[in-house]
Design a protein around this ligand. Structure first.
Ligand SMILES: Cc1ncc(COP(=O)(O)O)c(C=O)c1O
Length: 502
């Protein structure tokens, strides 16, 4: 339907005028307008079901054509378990190898330098590194406060093997790496042993893009570098011919929604000899004897792929990568940058009637060197925190998909929310039955602090209407208090949410 300005409802006129203002502020957005057509064609289910999807850091969205292409491939061919010479197995092996090549190509990685190892997800890739890295007394594990739990978890492998681990703090309120501290800590590699430095290319908490220059700097000082690229690669190009981390972890569903259950570890070849696999499994060995009680591991990526890979889903990765390449990562990146910049400013300008800000943003307040993930909390006119769980519930009523809690990134959360070592000890004193709700109560009593936040994140199919609707929703909290917004009906036991059965 075509509306003339006279027949447009007032709300649509306001949105149009906001859109024109946005285009004036972000003129480069017009270079991404083909993504609107893309959305109409490939992601029309968003608009037909009136969903406002703002959880791209949780999971990307798949395009219609990805599903069609993948299903057609499966329907038209006969595929068997790979790695045998029978024709159906061979066909599958070929597709898997083609997908490895497509991944290398997407990240501009040379086959002389990198291997692609298929894993169930980014966490699977991180675990492979953690369990096989030759930690020992004297070696070091250095990691930033800003890390997903699957990177934090590697510290338990380091601890079990007697290695020392150290966290690099963040600046507040921007939540960037404290450069001076990191520079100093990078000088502490123990060159007699192995040293691992791990950080995310982009924060899944604050959206901060941490400089890829740290890779080179750390390597020059004797560190092997693990770059967790899971939150970065969905909206940014990563060029492994420029920056060459020793390990790169990612999940493909975060990049293009489908398939789930496939991730990758990109491994720099010299690391092959360094990693010590703690076991062997079907598919990982060239030779095993029961009587001889010995085994020889496979020489290449197969050494790390335990059992049968997710072979029917893997070809969908090649289809997904091609889908991204039809528009290009630069265009996605630019679109997300413009929408994020606009949304950030609008949110920061929201005021209660008494002039006090309604929202606090954790992380950079503008779109410089950051991605499309915005984490925030709402406050009432007297600066009391509004319950983010209730806000998620109210967003759900408006078909807005956002995420709340700690996002499996406790370190960035603790820094952002000003939680101290003493606060954490007070929580831990409650014992192992401590739940997130109980911890939130403890923390609230220790000075109106928050243990969690609201995260909205943008991605390849985001458009102006998405950010505008979220801003409208956020505006409804003007002059609201916890009493007026009502009580939450969710239980949060940990980072996962469980709805009350009553
Ligand atoms: C930065 C980062 N690393 C790792 C992960 C873990 O990914 P997965 O749950 O797919 O293993 C995530 C997931 O949100 C993430 O954002």
């Amino acid at each position: 339907m075509i509306f003339s300005p006279d027949t447009l409802p007032a709300t649509a006129v306001a949105e149009q005028s906001a859109y024109h203002g946005f285009l004036r502020e972000y003129p480069t957005y017009t270079g991404t307008l083909m993504l609107d057509e893309w959305r109409d064609r490939e992601y029309s289910r968003l608009d037909t079901t009136q969903q406002i999807y703002l959880d791209y850091t949780g999971g990307g969205l798949y395009a219609d054509s990805q599903l069609t292409k993948h299903l057609n491939l499966l329907r038209r061919n006969v595929y068997g378990n790979p790695h045998s010479i029978n024709p159906t197995s061979q066909a599958m092996t070929d597709l898997i190898e083609e997908t490895r090549t497509a991944i290398m190509h997407h990240f501009n990685a040379s086959p002389d330098e990198y291997l692609v190892i298929f894993t169930p997800n980014a966490s699977g890739a991180l675990k492979l590194v953690g369990e096989a890295y030759p930690f020992r007394p004297g070696s070091r594990y250095l990691l930033t406060f800003d890390n997903h739990n699957s990177v934090n978890g590697i510290r338990e492998f380091a601890r079990a093997k007697g290695a020392k681990f150290t966290y690099v703090p963040l600046t507040t309120p921007d939540l960037r790496i404290q450069a001076e501290t990191l520079t100093r800590l990078l000088q502490t590699a123990n060159l007699q042993y192995h040293n691992l430095f791990a950080y995310p290319a982009q924060s899944n908490f604050s959206g901060v893009k941490h400089s890829l220059d740290w890779v080179v700097q750390a390597q020059a000082r004797g560190w092997d570098v693990l770059l967790d690229a899971a939150a970065f690669v969905p909206t940014n190009p990563l060029d492994l011919s420029n920056t060459k981390p020793d390990f790169v972890s990612l999940s493909f569903y975060k990049m293009f929604g489908y398939p789930t259950g496939v991730g990758a570890l990109l491994l720099r070849k010299p690391m092959l000899a360094k990693l010590q696999r703690p076991w062997f499994a079907g598919g990982t060995v060239n030779f095993v004897t029961t009587q001889g009680e010995a085994h020889y591991l496979a020489a290449n990526e197969a050494r790390f792929e335990d059992g049968t890979v997710n072979y029917l889903s893997i070809p969908a990765v090649k289809i997904g990568l091609k889908h991204l390449q039809t528009v290009g990562m630069d265009m996605i990146s630019e679109r997300v940058r413009c929408l994020t910049g606009w949304l950030l400013r609008q949110l920061l300008e929201l005021r209660h009637s008494n002039g006090r800000p309604m929202i606090r943003i954790y992380g950079p307040a503008n779109s410089d060197i950051r991605g499309g993930t915005i984490t925030l909390n709402f406050y009432d006119p007297d600066e009391h925190l509004l319950d983010y769980r209730r806000i998620e519930e109210l967003a759900t009523n408006e078909k807005i998909s956002l995420r709340t809690g700690c996002f499996c990134n406790p370190g960035a959360g603790e820094m952002a929310e000003g939680l101290t070592h003493e606060d954490m000890l007070a929580g831990l004193a409650a014992g192992s039955s401590l739940t997130l709700s109980h911890f939130m109560q403890i923390i609230q009593q220790r000075g109106n602090k928050s243990a969690g936040a609201i995260r909205v994140s943008l991605g390849l199919a985001s458009n102006f209407a998405d950010v505008y609707r979220f801003w409208q929703f956020a505006s409804t909290f003007r002059d609201q208090t916890n009493l007026s917004i009502g009580q939450v009906t969710f239980h949060i036991e940990s980072c996962r949410q469980i709805r009350n059965s009553s």
